[in-house]
Structures are given as C-alpha cells and as structure tokens.
Design a protein around this ligand. Structure first.
Ligand SMILES: Nc1ncnc2c1ncn2[C@@H]1O[C@H](COP(=O)(O)OP(=O)(O)O)[C@@H](O)[C@H]1O
Ligand SMILES: O=C(O)[C@H](O)[C@@H](O)[C@H](O)[C@H](O)COP(=O)(O)O
Length: 227
C-alpha cells in the first residue's frame, strides 16, 4: 500500500482495512543459534503465523542428522522447496480468508546456510545443484509451481556469532537430534548472508528481546510497509 492509501485508510475508520501484502520472514543461522527462541518472540510481537522449518525435514534427513551425518545439497533442496511452497500456501489461504486478521505471511525458522538455498526460499528461479537425477545444474523439477518471488517477498534475520558461543549453546541443549559435533560442518557450509538483499543481522550474544528489537528495526528499514 502506498503512503497515500495508508493516510486515506486512517482518515476513514469505517472503510474496510486494505489488505497488507504478505511477507516471509526467515530466522536463519547454524544449528543451535537460537532461531526457534527468536522466532517465537517475533511471532508474539508481530502476530504472524509461525512455521518451524525443522518439522518439514523428511524423516531421512532427521535420521541422517541424528546419526551425525551432515546433510548434502540434494538432501536439503526438497526440504527448502517444501518450506517455500508451505509458506506460499499459507499466504494464499490467509488472503482467501476474509476473517483473517493477523499480519499476513509467515515467520519460518530455517538454517538457510548457502546463498542458493536462500534463493530457493526467496522463490527465485535457481538451478538446483543436485536434482532428482543427481546431475549438476538440473532445473527445478517440473511438478513444482513456477517461482514467484513477488507473491511472497522473503526477508532474513540472520543470527550471527562466534564459534565459541555457538558451541556453548548447542552443547547446553539436551535431547536434540542435532549434536554439538555437527557444528563444524554447519559453519563450513555457511555462506554468510551479510550484505545480501533483504537481510538483517542480529548478534548472537544479545538477549532474545534485544535480538527481536534489532530485527524489527532492521526489517522496518527494508520493508515498503512498516511492520
Ligand atoms: N538470546 C539467547 N541468549 C541465551 N541463550 C539463548 C538465546 N537464544 C536461544 N538460547 C538458547 O540456546 C539454545 C538453542 O536455542 P534454539 O532456539 O533451540 O536454537 P535453534 O532453533 O537455532 O536450534 C537453547 O538452549 C536456548 O534456550
Ligand atoms: O540444514 C541443515 O543442516 C539443518 O537444517 C540444520 O541446520 C538444522 O539446524 C537442523 O535441522 C537442526 O535444527 P536446529 O537448527 O534447531 O538445531
């Protein structure tokens, strides 16, 4: 909505509220970095639908990670595509529901370690690295909907911190399939999103409340309509 439309809506309180454009906010970073904790705080503050990305991993991925085996590009691609299509589906349902009153779009947690993983999450037309046949540079499988970055623009909140503190956090966490020994492979795979479009960086060594403040401030600088 343009500024004029915002002003017009505010001046005519009985007029139906114009629909806001849905957005996808992805809280990203390596395992154990605090994605779920921060996303839950943002969910509370922004009143948005929340999707825990780890819950969309196929069982084979969970089995691999539980066995201490890092995922490959081929393991992650269908999962990333499922995250994107799940968020697009949610946004479409919300748009179709006249009673839907929350902020439209979705908040998602996802490691989103590499640039092309993030492009998949953005809905950009990327060539997947592995593909169903295992060949390099294969196009996205034909049964998937065409990429539609503008239907649901993606923004990333990247929790950035040093290995030492990350190690301490992940070691403290009990009963999780992702064990501390996997941190090094996560850090090796990570391509920093610092400087990429639509990215807000928040420090690992801040409280969750401070991280949420920084995230919301940063997102407001990027978004056409403030949160
Ligand atoms: N800002 C923070 N300060 C201190 N500890 C935190 C913070 N955010 C998360 N934690 C703790 O770090 C651990 C990992 O957090 P979690 O949200 O599960 O991370 P992820 O979803 O990235 O795996 C948990 O024990 C959590 O309580
Ligand atoms: O891409 C990956 O290798 C995984 O997504 C990984 O980064 C993620 O961390 C695990 O799913 C465990 O979940 P937590 O991030 O909650 O530790």
């Amino acid at each position: 909505m343009s500024q004029d439309e915002h002003q017009l809506a505010a001046a005519t309180p009985d007029a139906p509220k114009p629909k806001r454009h849905p957005i996808l906010i992805i809280v990203m970073g390596v395992a154990g970095t605090g994605k779920t904790t921060l996303a839950r705080e943002l969910e509370r503050r922004l009143d948005m639908a929340y999707v825990e990305g780890d819950e969309l991993h196929p069982p084979a991925n969970i089995a691999k990670m539980s066995a201490g085996i890092p995922l490959t590009d081929a393991d992650r691609e269908p999962w990333l595509q499922l995250i994107r299509t799940t968020a697009e589906g949610l946004a479409a349902q919300q748009q179709a529901d006249p009673a839907f009153a929350r902020r439209p779009g979705a908040l998602v947690t996802c490691s989103a370690l590499r640039t092309y993983y993030r492009d998949l999450l953005r809905g950009k037309p990327v060539k997947v690295r592995s593909g169903e046949t295992g060949e390099k540079g294969t196009e996205l499988p034909g049964h998937l909907a065409p990429p539609a970055p503008h239907t649901l623009p993606a923004y990333f909140v990247y929790i950035k911190g040093e290995r030492e503190l990350l190690q301490a956090r992940i070691s403290k966490r009990e009963g999780h399939y992702m064990k501390p020994g996997m941190l090094d492979s996560q850090l090796q795979t990570l391509e920093s999103p610092d400087g990429e479009e639509g990215v807000v960086v928040v420090p690992l060594d801040a409280t969750t409340e401070e991280q949420a403040d920084i995230a919301i401030r940063g997102l407001n600088e990027l978004l056409p309509e403030p949160l």
